[in-house]
Design a protein around this ligand. Structure first.
Ligand SMILES: CC(C)(COP(=O)(O)OP(=O)(O)OC[C@H]1O[C@@H](n2cnc3c(N)ncnc32)[C@H](O)[C@@H]1OP(=O)(O)O)[C@@H](O)C(=O)NCCC(=O)NCCS
Length: 173
């Protein structure tokens, strides 16, 4: 029986153990134990009979946008609805905060497409670009697909830092 719950600090070592193989394989961004501890309140855990089998995080930018990150399911527990349960829990969390749009960046768009996400244009998500992408070595050669669910903020210009030029990012369809 799969259940989800908010993560707490004693979960951090196990969270790290679930994420680390995917970080080593280059599928997910590496997260140190210190970083996971700082952001543990973003995380939801999935348990199967009390055993941690997956995790995911929701990063809040504001009411206009949140981002689903670090979704990972233990390889032995995949294709049993754990990933779906995690995404649904994080979407519930976004609703609890009255967030109007949830985005993510992924190399597995098929999975998120099953869960109702659509492909977005990167330039519609400037919060993400300024938070992470501008520091990323893959800035001009990004292989992740931006997706969203909900209502994209209609005018994001006001959120942009005019010192950083969006066209720095190579936009892929
Ligand atoms: C992607 C991942 C989270 C999916 O988790 P999961 O528990 O296996 O997924 P679920 O069983 O909940 O699947 C939900 C639906 O998505 C589909 N699905 C699962 N993985 C998929 C994939 N890689 N591509 C396309 N569809 C996929 C399932 O068939 C299912 O569809 P259905 O409900 O219509 O039958 C998991 O494979 C994983 O941890 N991968 C490694 C880390 C990763 O890639 N994370 C996402 C990066 S942002």
């Amino acid at each position: 029986m799969i259940e989800t719950r908010p993560a707490v600090l004693p979960d951090v070592e196990q969270l790290h153990a679930i994420l680390q193989p995917y970080a080593e394989a280059g599928v997910l961004l590496p997260r140190s134990v210190a970083e996971l501890s700082e952001n543990v309140r973003d995380f939801v855990i999935a348990e199967d009979d009390g055993r941690m089998v997956g995790c995911g995080a929701l990063h809040l930018y504001g009411r206009h946008l949140a981002e689903i990150r670090s979704i990972a399911v233990d390889s032995r527990s995949q294709r049993r609805g754990v990933g779906r349960a995690l995404v649904e829990a994080l979407l519930g969390e976004a609703r609890r905060h009255s967030v109007t749009c949830v985005c993510l960046f992924t190399r597995t768009p098929g999975f998120f497409g099953r869960l109702g996400f659509e492909i977005a244009r990167r330039e519609d998500l400037p919060d993400k670009i300024y938070k992470d992408c501008v520091c990323c070595p893959k800035l001009s050669d990004c292989d992740e697909i931006a997706m969203f669910q909900g209502k994209l903020a209609p005018n994001t210009n006001g959120l942009r830092d005019p010192r950083i030029s969006i066209p720095l990012v190579q936009l892929k369809p």
